[in-house]
Ligand binder design. Structure first.
Ligand SMILES: NC(=O)c1ccc[n+]([C@@H]2O[C@H](COP(=O)([O-])OP(=O)(O)OC[C@H]3O[C@@H](n4cnc5c(N)ncnc54)[C@H](OP(=O)(O)O)[C@@H]3O)[C@@H](O)[C@H]2O)c1
Length: 345
C-alpha cells in the first residue's frame, strides 16, 4: 500500500551523475519508497525480489512489477548465492547496491539469515560487478544491541565497514507505521495505551519518503560516504504520551490514556521464555515480547556513550513530513500503512 503524503519529499532533484543501482528489499515499506526516490533522481534501478513478495506473500510478480514502477524487477532468492548472481546481478555492471532488506518477523533465526547472511552474501556478490558504494538501511536501536535481530544487524554493519567498499550505513529512528497502530482504536473511542506514564521514551519519527530521499541522497553526498548515519525526521523528539495527546486533539476529544506497566511485559517474557524451553514456537513469542519491551523502554534517539542517556539534540533530522500531519491524514480517511509483523500496539 502506498501512502501519499500531503507534503512532497524535501529533495527530489535529478542526480547530476545517474547510476546503475541494484536494490534489495525493494518490496518493503522503505524499499518501495527508496525505489521511488532513486527513480525520481534519474538512476537506473534494478530490483531483485522474491516471486511471492510483500506482507504475507500477497504480491505476485506482476503486482511487484506494478508497485516498483520505473524500475526493472527481477525475481529469485536473495539468500541463495547462485540465484543472487544469476537472476539478480546477471554478470552485469552496477555502480551501487542499496539494501533495505530485513527480516519481516525479527525472529532470531530469520534475522541472522536475512539481515546478516543474505546482506553479507550480497556485499560479496556486488564486489565483482563494479559496485563501488553500498547503502545499507540499518536501525538506530543497534547502538544498544540487546536483541538477536540487533546483533545480526550490527554484525552486518561490521562486515560492510570491513569490506573495503565505500559504504553509507543509515540508522533511522522510528517509522510512521510503527507509531500509528492506535489511530483506529482511538477513533473508535478507546483509550490510548502507553507503557508507564507514556514518557519513558522519545523518538524523532521519520516518514518513508523522507528516509528514502536520505538513502538515495547517500549516492551523491560525499559527506555520507564511509559513515554510520543516525537520522530522524523534522522537529522535536516526541514521547508516546505526546503522540496520544495529539491524536485526541485532532479528534477534538479529551485525552484518555490507559497505562500498561512494563512489569507486565517482564511477566510475559518470563512465562514464555520458560515455556519456550519446551515448546520452540513459544520461544519465538518470548523474543517478540522482548522486542516489545525494548521499544517500551528505549528511546529511538542517539545514545550518548559517556552519559548513557538518549540525546535528542545529537540526533540529526531530515525531511519535512511530520507524524502529526500523517495522523491528520489518517483521521481524514487516508490509507493506513501496512504494519507487518512488528506491531506491538
Ligand atoms: N519500524 C521502525 O520503526 C524501524 C525504525 C528504524 C529502523 N527500522 C529498520 O528498517 C528496516 C526496514 O524496515 P521496513 O519496514 O522497510 O521492512 P519491511 O517492510 O518488513 O521490508 C523488508 C524487506 O525485506 C525483504 N525480505 C525479508 N525477508 C526476506 C527473504 N527471506 N527473502 C527475500 N526478501 C526478504 C522483504 O521482501 P518480501 O516483500 O518478499 O517479504 C521486504 O522487501 C528494518 O531493518 C528495520 O529494523 C525499522
Amino acid at each position: 500500500m502506498t501512502f501519499t503524503h500531503p507534503k512532497v519529499p524535501s529533495v527530489a532533484s535529478r542526480s547530476p551523475q545517474p547510476k546503475r543501482v541494484l536494490v534489495l528489499g525493494a518490496t518493503g515499506t522503505i524499499g518501495q519508497a527508496t525505489v521511488r526516490a532513486l527513480v525520481r533522481r534519474g538512476h537506473e534501478v534494478v530490483c531483485f525480489v522474491r516471486p511471492r513478495a510483500g506482507v504475507g506473500g500477497r504480491l505476485d510478480p506482476s503486482e511487484s512489477t506494478r508497485l516498483l514502477a520505473g524500475a526493472t524487477v527481477r525475481f529469485g532468492a536473495v539468500h541463495d548465492a547462485a540465484s543472487l548472481r544469476n537472476d539478480g546481478f546477471r554478470g552485469e555492471h552496477f555502480d551501487a547496491l542499496v539494501s533495505c532488506l530485513a527480516s519481516r518477523t525479527g525472529a532470531p533465526r530469520d534475522a541472522w539469515a536475512i539481515d546478516h547472511e543474505a546482506n553479507v552474501q550480497a556485499f560479496e556478490a556486488a564486489r565483482g560487478t563494479g559496485v563501488s558504494h553500498i547503502v545499507l538501511l540499518s536501525a538506530i536501536c543497534v547502538q544498544k544491541p540487546l536483541l538477536a535481530f540487533q546483533q545480526a544487524k550490527l554484525a552486518c554493519e561490521q562486515a560492510l565497514t570491513e569490506s573495503g567498499l565505500a559504504y553509507s550505513i543509515v540508522r533511522p529512528t522510528a517509522f510512521f507505521k510503527s507509531l500509528s497502530g492506535q489511530v483506529e482504536r482511538v477513533k473508535q473511542g478507546k483509550p490510548y495505551l502507553v507503557f508507564g506514564n507514556g514518557t519513558l521514551t522519545a523518538c524523532k519519527p521519520i516518514s518513508d519518503d523522507d528516509l528514502a530521499d536520505y538513502l538515495a541522497g547517500c549516492l551523491e553526498d560525499e559527506s555520507r560516504r564511509n559513515r554510520v548515519l543516525p537520522i530522524g525526521g523534522p522537529g522535536d523528539a516526541i514521547t508516546p504520551r505526546q503522540q496520544g495527546e495529539h491524536l485526541f486533539a485532532l479528534l477534538g476529544r479529551p485525552p484518555r490514556f490507559r497505562q500498561v506497566p512494563v512489569a507486565l511485559l517482564d511477566g510475559i517474557i518470563g512465562v514464555l521464555g520458560a515455556a519456550g524451553l519446551v515448546v520452540p514456537s513459544l520461544a519465538a513469542k518470548a523474543e517478540l515480547a522482548r522486542i516489545g519491551r525494548y521499544y517500551a523502554t528505549e528511546s529511538m534517539l542517539v545514545l550518548d556513550p559517556v552519559t548513557g542517556r538518549y540525546d535528542p539534540d545529537a540526533t540529526p533530522s531530515t525531511g519535512n513530513q511530520t507524524l502529526f500531519d500523517f495522523y491528520a491524514s489518517l483521521i481524514g480517511g487516508g490509507a493506513a500503512p501496512e504494519r507487518g509483523d512488528h506491531a506491538v500496539f
